[in-house]
Design a protein around this ligand. Structure first.
Ligand SMILES: Cc1cc2nc3c(=O)[nH]c(=O)nc-3n(C[C@H](O)[C@H](O)[C@H](O)COP(=O)(O)O)c2cc1C
Ligand SMILES: O=C(O)C(=O)c1ccccc1
Length: 389
């Protein structure tokens, strides 16, 4: 990299001093969320911002980051900071990915196309959700050659799962992220209070309503009879019958790298390695599934100790600022996924907002690295942190 992104962005911002932009977007994470809150109705807002149950795990995620404190080092020549990482044998400019997030049509009219294009502009891999509002082929088309992975919700109907894998491979997705923590929707109090479930309104079903294996089971097309198509979707969406043996089915149906998302127990991390998967994502789904589950960052060191040299470990749940990325990587994550902050960016300003949130977070990371005496995200060590009790 020629310049350090942190100093570039800081400079660009201060350069507007004599010519302030009246439509200036926020800088502060909490302000992006406030803008999203103002723009969205209760239903969609709480669908994004809310978590499972009493939201204890959502809080635990933030607390876990806050409990880790950085101990900066001095006089170590930080002229050049390298934020690039290697994942599954590919080099990427930054250590973040867009977390898979479904139903983005409820957030902004640009939806997944806006967030995917922002990713493409930045060279940040986009993980397209099975529950995207638009089919994966449309996302691929909007992204050109930019890096993208596909997130699989493993349907109760194996033909749909096999078909999704085929479609992803055909349209240039370079890895499959299999989400294990959502065999069914959690007890989400806000959504139940608001009586809000986007799928019942036909949102977030873009991949299904265009899938040959899904359509083959319907008597009439989703256009002719949307209600029956939606009812069929509710029957096949999740799969509570999966076991570790089921992973073999995926290996038989795709040659792409397989990454398991939603691992929290070190024993599950070991089982993943035994199954020969290419990576795992330490995640509690942003506190949206098991309320009371441990903060994802709190369990990361145990998982790194159990399998760190045997598979690639990514993490998500609670990344809000640059220092959070640094902390997760110091504890052994190869890269992190960012969820809600990018969706607040999407709600506030579509593609432009998503790009701006990413840029600011990376600028913050770059500067925090330099100030802590660190030149490369790949060389961060746990000794850089102290956990406060
Ligand atoms: C509105 C919303 C929708 C989501 N949809 C999916 C999804 O379709 N598939 C999936 O694997 N994870 C999904 N997630 C979870 C994210 O991929 C990620 O694990 C989580 O948002 C990370 O936590 P954070 O929001 O604190 O960054 C969703 C999260 C949100 C907020
Ligand atoms: O809302 C979610 O967290 C989620 O993962 C999901 C599940 C089904 C469809 C879309 C998103």
């Amino acid at each position: 990299m020629e310049n350090n992104i942190g100093n570039d962005i800081q400079y660009q911002i201060y350069a507007t001093m004599h010519n302030p932009d009246p439509n200036r977007l926020p800088v502060i994470h909490e302000e992006w969320e406030n803008v999203a809150r103002e723009k969205l109705q209760d239903g969609p807002y709480y669908y994004i911002a809310g978590g499972a149950g009493g939201e204890k795990t959502m809080q635990a995620n933030l607390q876990a980051f806050s409990n880790q404190r950085i101990i900066p080092r001095m006089l170590r020549n930080v002229d050049k900071r390298d934020l690039s990482v290697r994942l599954l044998g590919q080099k990427y400019p930054f250590p973040i990915l867009q977390a898979p997030i479904g139903v983005q049509s409820i957030i902004h009219e640009e939806g997944e196309i806006g967030s995917a294009k922002a990713s493409a502009e930045m060279g940040v891999p986009y993980i397209a959700s099975s529950a995207s509002s638009v089919p994966m082929e449309k996302i691929a088309e909007a992204m050109g050659d930019a890096p993208r992975w596909f997130q699989l919700y493993w349907s109760r109907d194996p033909e749909i799962t096999a078909s999704f894998l085929r479609r992803a491979e055909k349209t240039g997705y370079s890895a499959i992220v299999v989400t294990l923590d959502t065999p069914m929707m959690a007890w989400r109090e806000h959504d139940l209070k608001n009586v809000y479930l986007p799928f019942l309104a036909g949102e977030g079903v873009g991949n299904y309503f265009t899938d040959p294996a899904f359509l083959a089971k319907l008597d009439q097309s989703p256009q002719e009879d949307p209600q029956s198509a939606i009812m069929h979707w509710t029957k096949i969406f999740g799969n509570t019958g999966l076991t570790w043996e089921s992973i073999d089915f995926l290996r038989e149906h795709t040659s792409l790298p397989i990454i398991l998302k939603g691992i929290l127990h070190p024993e599950d991390a070991k089982l993943a390695v035994e199954k020969g998967v290419d990576g795992i994502i330490v995640s509690n789904h942003g506190g949206r599934q098991v309320d009371g589950a441990i903060g994802a960052l709190d369990v990361l060191p145990d998982i790194v100790a159990a399998v760190g040299d045997k598979t690639e470990i990514l993490m998500d749940s609670g990344i809000r600022r640059g220092s959070d990325i640094m902390k997760a990587m110091a504890l052994g994550a190869k890269a992190v996924l960012v969820g809600r902050p990018l969706m607040y960016g999407l709600a506030a300003a579509g593609q432009k907002g998503v790009k701006e949130v990413m840029q600011n977070m990376l600028a913050d990371l770059d500067i925090t690295m330099g100030l802590a005496g660190q030149s490369s995200v790949s060389n961060l060590e746990a000794s850089l942190l102290r956990k406060m009790e």
